[in-house]
Design a protein. Structure first.
Length: 202
């Protein structure tokens, strides 16, 4: 697809993203409250193209996803939940990226909503507690993700404080970890924490 065609595609009423990539064949983004990838492929222009449930295709440059050593990427696959993708590299290693990160890069409305909904201190607080309780439970990120229907990259983003999950997802995580919602997201003072801490009482 030529750059001119891509620009024309992004002017549709779909409000398709225009900054770092493109959405093709998308209906109103409101019809896609959660992006779930069906397949992924690399393009000849250093991009990854995701086919989403519903038929839309999201295209984004590897450079915009901060994929290290992008020139050594040889393939890409979607995880079993459709929430993450893994880039295979020439040395046999993989680099994981959450589908929500791709949406964050491409979808201005989603990006603005996330910034409003994710105060940095709250996201970091929740992430630190999820990590601490997961370790106490003896679970890996992949195991926790499997129990709540998320890919490991998404769990990693939560624990790093880069994404605040929805209330429903937090309830699922709390149930798996055997804690209350307040223990994951309550005010630090109710947990004897200093600001920004992730102390977990035994």
């Amino acid at each position: 697809m030529t750059p001119r065609t891509r620009r024309r595609t992004t002017k549709r009423k779909t409000q398709a993203p225009t900054l770092a990539g493109a959405m093709r064949g998308a209906r109103d983004l409101a019809e896609h409250p959660e992006w779930r990838a069906v397949s992924a492929r690399l393009t000849a222009h250093g991009e990854v193209a995701l086919r989403l449930e519903g038929g839309a295709e999201a295209v984004v440059a590897l450079a915009d996803l901060k994929v290290p050593a992008a020139s050594r990427v040889t393939g890409v696959r979607v995880d079993e939940f459709g929430h993450g993708i893994a880039f295979a590299r020439t040395d046999g290693s993989e680099y994981d990226v959450g589908v929500d990160l791709i949406r964050y890069v491409l979808d201005p409305e989603y990006r603005r909503a996330q910034r409003r909904a994710e105060p940095e201190d709250l996201a970091e607080r929740v992430g630190g507690r999820v990590r601490a309780y997961r370790v106490l439970k003896g679970l890996s990120q992949a195991e926790l993700g499997a129990r709540v229907g998320m890919g490991q990259p998404n769990v990693n983003r939560i624990e790093a404080g880069r994404h605040l999950p929805s209330l429903g997802r937090l309830l699922q995580i709390a149930e798996v970890l055997g804690v209350t919602l307040d223990q994951l997201a309550g005010h630090p003072r109710s947990h004897g924490e200093a600001r920004g801490g992730d102390h977990v009482r035994g």
